[in-house]
Design a protein around this ligand. Structure first.
Ligand code: AMP
Length: 281
C-alpha cells in the first residue's frame, strides 16, 4: 500500500491508473478507523481496480470551539487497518498543502445545509463541501463512498456533485453499529464508561420511531415526541435536535410519507453524537 502526501503526486498516480483503463474508488475519511470506515473500504475494493483512502482531519469543517485539536489520530494503526482491507493507496496531505495561505475559495451548498447539524455548526458543511470538492479534483475517481451515518453530509455531497457537474458516482453505505446499536464513530472514544452505556439510547429511540411508523403512525409530531421521551430517560444524554425531514430537501415534515429521515444529535459528556434512520414509508 502506498502513502502519498503531495497533492500533485496523488493526481498523477490516479491519472496513470485511469489511463491504464483501471476504475478508481475513493473513500474520504478523517482517520481513526473503525468498522464503519472499513465497510466503505471493502465496498470500494469490490467495485474498483484501484482504491484510494484519503485521511485528512479537515480544519475548516471544525468550528472555533470544536474538537479539531483533540480529534483522535493514529496514523500507524490506520495504515495497518487500510492495508488489511485491501486499500491500494492512502492520501494523507498536510494542512498547508491543502490550504495554501491565504486560502480564499470555498464551496457553499445552500438550503439543505441550514437545518439539522448545519443549524448548530455554522460553516461545517461549507468546510466539508470544500474539502470534498478538492479531493475529487486531486483524486479523479470513478466512484466515491460515503456512510449514511452522516446523512446530511451525503445529501450535501450529492447536491454538490449534481450542481457542479462532478463526473463521479456517489455510493452510499449503511451505518455500521456496535453490538448494542451505538453507531460507530471516531468520537465514541470520548465517552466515559457510564456515558458509553447511556449513549445506546440514541439508536434505541430511533428504533422506537421505526417501530411506530411500521405500526402505521404517520404523524411526525407523535413519533418525535416518543423519541424525545425515550432520550429523556438518560440524564447523561443532552439532545440537541430530533427531527423528521424529507430526504430530498431535508425540510421538516408533518406527515411521514415517502423517503423520510429521522435524525438526531445529542451531547453525551464531551462527545457530540449523531444518528439517524432512513425510512421508506
Ligand atoms: P469520518 O472519518 O468520521 O469523517 O468518516 C468518513 C466516512 O465514514 C464518512 O463517509 C462517514 O459517513 C463514514 N462513516 C463514519 N461512521 C460510520 C458508520 N458507523 N457506518 C458507516 N459509515 C460511517
Amino acid at each position: 500500500m502506498r502513502i502519498v502526501t503531495v497533492p500533485w503526486e496523488m493526481t498523477r498516480l490516479v491519472t496513470e491508473r485511469r489511463e491504464a483503463g483501471q476504475s478508481v474508488g475513493l473513500v474520504p475519511t478523517m482517520g481513526f478507523f473503525h468498522a464503519g470506515h472499513v465497510s466503505l473500504m471493502r465496498a470500494a475494493r469490490e467495485e474498483n481496480d484501484f482504491v484510494v483512502v484519503s485521511l485528512f482531519v479537515n480544519p475548516i469543517q471544525f468550528g472555533p470551539r470544536e474538537d479539531f485539536k483533540e480529534y483522535p489520530r493514529d496514523l500507524q494503526r490506520d495504515v495497518e487497518i487500510a492495508a488489511q482491507a485491501g486499500v491500494d493507496c492512502i492520501f494523507h496531505p498536510r494542512v498547508e498543502d491543502m490550504y495554501p495561505q491565504p486560502y480564499l475559495t470555498f464551496v457553499e451548498v445552500e438550503g439543505i445545509t441550514e437545518g439539522l447539524c448545519g443549524a448548530s455548526r455554522p460553516g461545517h458543511f461549507r468546510g466539508v463541501a470544500t474539502v470534498v470538492a478538492k479531493l475529487f479534483h486531486i483524486i479523479p475517481a470513478h466512484r466515491a463512498y460515503f456512510g449514511l451515518k452522516d446523512a446530511q453530509q451525503v445529501r450535501v455531497i450529492q447536491k454538490m456533485v449534481e450542481d457542479l457537474n462532478f463526473d463521479i458516482q456517489i455510493v452510499t453505505c449503511p451505518t455500521v453499529r456496535e453490538e448494542d446499536g451505538l453507531a460507530m464513530s471516531s468520537r465514541n472514544v470520548y465517552l466515559k464508561p457510564e456515558e458509553r452505556r447511556a449513549a445506546t439510547v440514541l439508536y434505541r429511540s430511533l428504533r422506537r420511531a421505526e417501530e411506530m411508523v411500521r405500526g402505521g403512525e404517520r404523524e411526525a409530531r407523535e413519533v418525535l415526541a416518543a423519541v424525545r421521551e425515550m432520550l429523556e430517560t438518560e440524564p447523561l444524554v443532552e439532545p440537541e435536535y430530533v427531527e423528521a425531514v424529507d430526504w430530498e430537501g431535508l425540510r421538516p415534515v408533518e406527515r411521514l410519507q415517502g423517503k423520510v429521515l429521522i435524525a438526531l444529535a445529542a451531547r453525551v459528556g464531551k462527545a457530540r453524537l449523531i444518528d439517524n434512520v432512513l425510512l421508506e414509508v
